[in-house]
Design a binder for this molecule. Sequence first.
Ligand SMILES: Cc1cc2nc3c(=O)[nH]c(=O)nc-3n(C[C@H](O)[C@H](O)[C@H](O)COP(=O)(O)OP(=O)(O)OC[C@H]3O[C@@H](n4cnc5c(N)ncnc54)[C@H](O)[C@@H]3O)c2cc1C
Length: 554
Amino acid sequence: MTNETKSIPVAIVGGGPVGLMLALFLDHYGVKSVLFNGEPEVRWHPKGSTHNSRTMEHHRRLGLAQTIRDFSLPPDRPMNVSYYTRLTGWELGCVRMPSEAEKRRTVAQSAATDQIPEPILRANQMYVEAFLLAEARRRPNITVRFGWRADKLDDDADGVTVEAAPTGDGAREIWRAHYLIGCDGGRSFVRRFLSLRYNGFAKLDSPYYGGRMNATYLKAPTLFRDHLAHRAGWQYWTVNPEVRATIITLKSDDEFLVFSKGADDGTPPTDAAMVHMMQRAVGTELPISIIGHWPWTAGVALVAERFIAGRIVLAGDAAHLFTPTGGFGMNTGVDDASNLAWKLAALVQGWGGANLLQTYETERRPIGERNTVAARDLNKNLANMPITAEMEQDTAAGAAARAQVSAHLATFGEEFASIGVQLGARYDGSPIIAEDGAPPRDDFMHYTPSGVPGGRAPHYWPGAGRGYGDSLFDQFGRGFTLLRLGRKPADTSSIEATARQRGVPLKVIDLPQGDARELYGRDLALIRPDQYVAWRGDVPPPDPNAMLARLIGA
Ligand SMILES: Cc1cc2nc3c(=O)[nH]c(=O)nc-3n(C[C@H](O)[C@H](O)[C@H](O)COP(=O)(O)OP(=O)(O)OC[C@H]3O[C@@H](n4cnc5c(N)ncnc54)[C@H](O)[C@@H]3O)c2cc1C
């Protein structure tokens, strides 16, 4: 039975991390949404574990970061990635990375101008998504329709109609929304409705992390105790001529996520084959029970040809598909949601201009391309591993072969860091950015803070505290923020009056510290709701109305 049509400003199809974050961002701005997800609960299978610094800043903005940090490994466990022939064989290398406790100590001791208030977090999506869903369910602005699959769309100049069928109890529903966002993953129903293709690389022939891969969720109660506890870390790779596997630790010490090469024809592995593979990777027999498999394809770098058609928008995997190297897929999708949410809010609340929505595509499509390419480049490192039959021999030739692999592995590191990718995404050339200088060079390995409009607002700690509430980002408004920097800020009443007239939410913050002024390079900086610098100057522009009109896409 179909109920009468319900109305809502925003309908979201897909309750993965991107759809959930979009709904939570919209709630943050006071905008109602309905969130459809085919399955009644979040995914039961572990997937990505990297929540990068920018994603964590987004979680911080929503007041969720502190809790999410607790979904990581035990606080004192280093996040090392180490490489072995087999776990009972030779160590080949180790990328050392700090524990959560060390990261928190580093933040506590950081300089006022330090740029990383939220260090990268390793916590599986599975736990974070469950928490985000619980949060969404608590918010009256979000109508959660988990267990409803969207199966019919219709759009016109005024809105979008979506129909959803219950996968369990409940009635079929029809909703009418001003905007509909497809966050429905790589096989996106919404993208197919729009007849949009992905462009880019769909295939990478590689002995590992290219083509078909298996992700296996398993229980191995003695693995940590007998083989890992003395070299505690986050990921363990086994590299030998017989089997390559990546063993990823989860929150509890008896459960693991394991990646291994899949069959070319896509045949799913049997449980017995996976147990056998794991025993060869460890180098000995041990008790293992398989919880489930999640086949995936590595090596892809795909971006949808368009992100918007009328009132329908794509975000997350529906808009771009990554190879997991670098851990950019979900993170790029969450950043899409951050860019999109304030624009939707501005339009729904009536202060956004007619061209604002289109800037989502102008700004985010190039970032999809930039980040998918970065991930694919990092992936190439894995393909060239010099694996030979000798590497497991206890001979001089064996030692030489292992030294060769170790030398290759010593070049690894950015696969697990890439701070420039995380924080350095810029929207230069966007029509709603008032550019005024040369932006820093895009460098995947380094992030250079810059007040040049178009980039993430440089971070600053205004006082002695380094906790939640102490960051400049914690003080930004939910709408635009006008920073008045330096000791003698200009009179900004003309900008404030214009914002009031246009109904643009604006908060003014005085930041007299000299080093903060240096970071921004001007006495005034206007920050967008998504924490990007939109405009800066030493005095208000002669026509603040024209300036603001531009920044809101009017
Ligand atoms: C092995 C692996 C490791 C990874 N590691 C990382 C990592 O470390 N860091 C990182 O950033 N990314 C990582 N990724 C990528 C990351 O998992 C994805 O980019 C992310 O899940 C995409 O989120 P999403 O919300 O866009 O889509 P999805 O997570 O795919 O969610 C889409 C949701 O939409 C629902 N849906 C689909 N169609 C409909 C419909 N018609 N109606 C209603 N609901 C529908 C689906 O059921 C699903 O719940 C990894 C991916 C893999 C495979």
